[in-house]
Design a binder for this molecule. Structure first.
Ligand code: PMP
Length: 435
């Protein structure tokens, strides 16, 4: 399915003027002055713009297209489901077969005791669901003061109300007025810092701790050895719910189902999205341990009064089931470990580049190429410039303030990895030559 021939000449940038689409996560005042980059078509690891030029999707869109683009069997599953039952709510006692089957399948693989599954439409919505559930769990368990939420520096948990409040990147929290209260952030690499913060706030006040297995949007930081085992023990000791945000790391990006298995932890909740459907339709959710579910499932007068219109959407669930079929049939769990090694090996060649201070890779099919202080602060080089140069050369990366991020579909071949890395090297050279 995947072509392996790579473009040898720089491709032109598309020229369509921005219209009325307000792009997400961007400075529209900048976007409106230039052409929009209109993606017209995609297959495997490749995208085409409206001019017909081809690009390697080095980010799997926004970390989500794990099985690659253009899979007919997902499209067919969606088509069949649409003709059977397009959509119906799971409010109250309503259910539908795809939502039930997907929940069973996820529960069967989740490293969570006696799991239950809440379905949502994405990651940020799931974070808000988990945060509210954590607070409600303590409230109905006789500890209503346990409301404080702790997260980590660099942690990204979506931009809904609770997500914006617990995010570990200050720039996304400011300018919106008062956010959710009773939150704090600890250094991402220290279990001792988490314990100290729980003791500072008071264990009787702390509801939950949020952590990504490998920090994604915050710059790709893997945990130190033994970190999650220690974090699990600390959370248990103080009755703090341990909530893993596997939105990026799940569904084989780290070689397992929920991105936390390789670190040996069993959380109280796991938040998932993205790779569960490879983004073919929007879907996310929360796997909840039986202990946390217990008061809501087995005691009277404790409904969890939370949910959204499209939760458990049967067609989105059918897309996810077809996506999981591909992950299992093609054993992308094992394949991704090999891709992880290949990407890590190929990126080593960049470690000596004069613009690069650090390459972070080797835990999952995700990587960051960090630019030096000197390049950023003294030479005035921006990651946006490297991003634009790489895109002009036919490779899509993601720029965050100090690094370029890489997270291709898990079906990427060795030749395509080589193309991605050599194109990035060429882009870095070109940018260096300009400054
Ligand atoms: N958590 C993590 C770790 C994420 O990376 C993201 C999105 N990039 C989210 C939550 C939010 O997901 P969504 O954009 O679907 O709301």
């Amino acid at each position: 399915m995947t072509e392996t021939v790579v473009p040898s000449v720089p491709v032109a940038q598309p020229t369509r003027e921005p219209g009325r689409l307000w792009h997400t996560f961007c400075d529209m005042n900048t976007v409106r002055k230039g052409p929009e980059f209109t993606v017209a078509r995609a297959e495997g690891v490749w995208l085409w713009d409206e001019a017909g030029d081809r690009y390697l999707d080095g980010t799997a869109s926004l970390w989500y297209c794990n099985v690659g683009h253009g899979r007919p069997e997902i499209a067919e599953a969606v088509h069949r489901q649409m003709l059977t039952l397009d959509a119906y709510t799971v409010y109250g006692d309503f259910a539908n077969a795809p939502a039930v089957r997907l929940s069973e399948r996820l529960a069967a693989h989740a490293p969570v005791s006696d799991p239950r599954v809440i379905l949502t439409c994405g990651g940020g919505e799931s974070i808000d669901t988990a945060a509210k559930l954590a607070r409600r769990y303590h409230a109905v368990s006789g500890a209503p003061d346990k409301v404080h939420l702790i997260s980590r520096t660099g942690g990204y948990h979506g931009l809904n109300g609770f997500g914006t409040s617990v995010i570990g990147m200050e720039r996304f929290r400011t300018g919106f007025g008062p956010l959710v209260e009773d939150v704090s952030v600890v250094p991402h690499d220290s279990a001792a810092a988490l314990e100290a913060e729980i003791l500072r706030v008071g264990p009787g006040r702390v509801a939950a701790f949020f952590a990504e297995p490998v920090i994604g949007a915050g710059g790709v930081y893997a945990p130190p050895q033994g970190y999650f085992a220690e974090v699990s023990r600390i959370c248990q000791r103080y009755g703090v719910l341990f909530i893993v945000d596997s939105v990026i790391c799940g569904f084989a990006r780290l070689g397992d189902w929920f991105g936390i298995e390789r670190f040996g932890a069993r959380p109280d909740m796991i938040v998932f999205a993205k790779g569960v459907s490879s983004g073919y339709l929007p879907l996310g959710g929360v796997v909840v341990s039986g202990r946390v579910a217990e008061p809501f499932w087995y005691q009277d007068d404790h409904p969890f009064l939370h949910g959204t219109t499209y939760a458990g959407h049967p067609t989105a669930c059918a897309a996810a089931m077809a996506n999981l079929d591909i992950l299992e049939r093609e054993d992308l769990f094992t394949v991704s470990l090999e891709v992880e090694r290949q990407l890590d090996g190929a990126l080593r060649s960049l470690a000596d580049h004069p613009l690069v201070s650090q390459v972070r890779s080797g835990t999952g099919v995700m990587a960051a190429v960090e630019l030096t202080e000197e390049a950023l602060a003294e030479r005035g080089i921006t990651t946006a410039e490297v991003f634009a140069e790489a895109r002009m050369r036919g490779v899509i990366l993601r720029a965050v303030p100090t690094a370029l991020l890489i997270s291709p579909p898990l079906i990427i071949t060795w030749e395509q990895i080589d193309h991605l890395v050599s194109t990035l090297a060429g882009a870095l050279d070109a940018v260096a030559a300009r400054h």
